[in-house]
Design a protein around this ligand. Structure first.
Ligand code: NAD
Ligand code: UDP
Length: 340
């Protein structure tokens, strides 16, 4: 029986890019997704790029019966768990939805994995678990947990759940990946980030200003303790991030138990630097207005990524110009996202 990697949330932004890297590296993939924040059309786009079609099953990860069927039908040896809700503002308004969806789905997934003796899992965590970091760059051993919104809280709680699981069952191999700020898109322009409604994140906002869908960028605050007063983040190309998952699966194949890695670039970029990089890379204007801070935002957040390089040989290779060009290439060719 063939071995499969199960990718939950595999039609989403990071998931779809990761599925391509997995297929390119010879893995067979089953995607499960309930399409609450993505489109089935993504599977066709993945096939077009990778020249191989992943298996796709539409389901909610909390649907234990259906998930069990997937594990019975395919020999799932590893899981990459992207499925989850990720809008910070929405999580403040609807905390129960976030606890139920994000934590609930992980509990069911782990239960079904146990029933089928699947031992390897990669979990999509986030730099948000560090809260307002005491130092930058942030190292994996830095404190986690002082967070200010339910979305971040779900990531912290799932991390603790996975750490306890690793302690209780030494046969499990668990990777917690803390992503910094993914931007960019596949170079083909066939897949990319397609948020519902007004984007929360900065890069899709910028590309929608560039395409003329939104009039200008709201820059949230220029009184932070940073070089130009705007917030500093660690922006990582989504294809680099996707490749990080292939490296992680190879790591898990060596039976390491629990591993935790930051996936970022190690470089901090301010909002104004990002806007100027986008303008320079693409020759399009991005009008912006400086406005009040967004509640909950922090000054500066960027990663130290030495551990991922030392232990997995992975590091980000794309630069800010690549990120800006690929984000724009995606938006330009898909002005309405997947809604075309
Ligand atoms: P996304 O919304 O594009 O992808 C998530 C996918 O999960 C979507 O396709 C959605 O339909 C699916 N999904 C959600 N709940 C589900 C459920 N209960 N059952 C089945 N499918 C479900 O988001 P993304 O940006 O690709 O993020 C993927 C993961 O990475 C998330 O867990 C997110 O929290 C985490 N993450 C994202 C970022 C970021 O900035 N994009 C940063 C750090 C961590
Ligand atoms: N930001 C902004 N305008 C926007 C969206 C974001 O100025 O429309 C800023 C935000 O204050 C932060 C940075 O851009 O400094 C990255 O925000 P994003 O929401 O993309 O990611 P976060 O780091 O909050 O997860």
């Amino acid at each position: 029986m063939k071995d499969y990697v199960l990718v939950t949330g595999g039609t989403g932004y990071i998931g779809s890019h990761t599925v391509i890297e997995l297929l390119n590296n010879g893995y067979d993939v089953v995607i499960v997704d309930n399409l609450c924040n993505s489109k089935a059309l993504v599977v066709d786009r993945i096939e077009k790029i990778a020249r191989k079609r992943p298996i796709f099953v539409e389901l909610d990860v909390r649907d234990e019966k259906k998930l069990n069927e997937v594990f019975s039908n395919y020999n799932i040896t590893s899981v990459i768990h992207f499925a989850g809700l990720k809008a910070v503002g929405e999580s403040v308004e609807k905390p129960q939805l976030y606890y139920d969806n994000n934590i609930g789905s992980t509990e069911i997934l782990l239960k079904v994995m146990r029933a089928h003796e699947t031992k390897n899992i990669v979990f999509s965590s986030s730099a948000t678990v560090y809260g307002n970091p005491k130092r930058v760059p942030i190292y994996e051993e830095d404190p986690v947990g002082e967070v200010t919104n339910p979305y971040a809280e779900t990531k912290v709680k799932i991390e603790f759940m996975l750490k306890d699981l690793a302690k209780g069952d030494p046969t499990m191999n668990i990777a917690i990946l803390r992503y910094f700020n993914p931007i960019g898109a596949h170079q083909s322009g066939l897949i990319g980030e397609d948020p519902n409604g007004i984007p929360n994140n900065i890069m899709p906002y910028i590309t929608q200003v560039a395409i003329g869908k939104l009039p200008y960028l709201h820059v949230f605050g220029n009184d932070y303790k940073t070089k130009d007063g705007t917030g500093i983040r660690d922006y990582i190309h989504v294809v680099d991030l996707a490749k990080g998952h292939v490296a992680t699966l190879k790591k898990l194949a060596t039976n390491p138990g629990l591993v935790i890695y930051n996936l970022g670039t190690g470089v901090g970029t301010s909002v104004l630097e990002l806007v100027n990089a986008f303008i320079a890379a693409n020759g399009v204007d991005i009008p912006y207005k400086i406005e009040a801070r967004r509640p909950g935002d922090i000054d500066t957040c960027y990663a130290n990524c030495d551990k991922a390089y030392k232990e997995m040989g992975w590091k980000a290779i794309y630069n800010m110009v690549d990120c800006c060009k690929d984000s724009w290439n995606w938006q330009k060719h898909n002005p309405k996202g997947y809604g075309e």
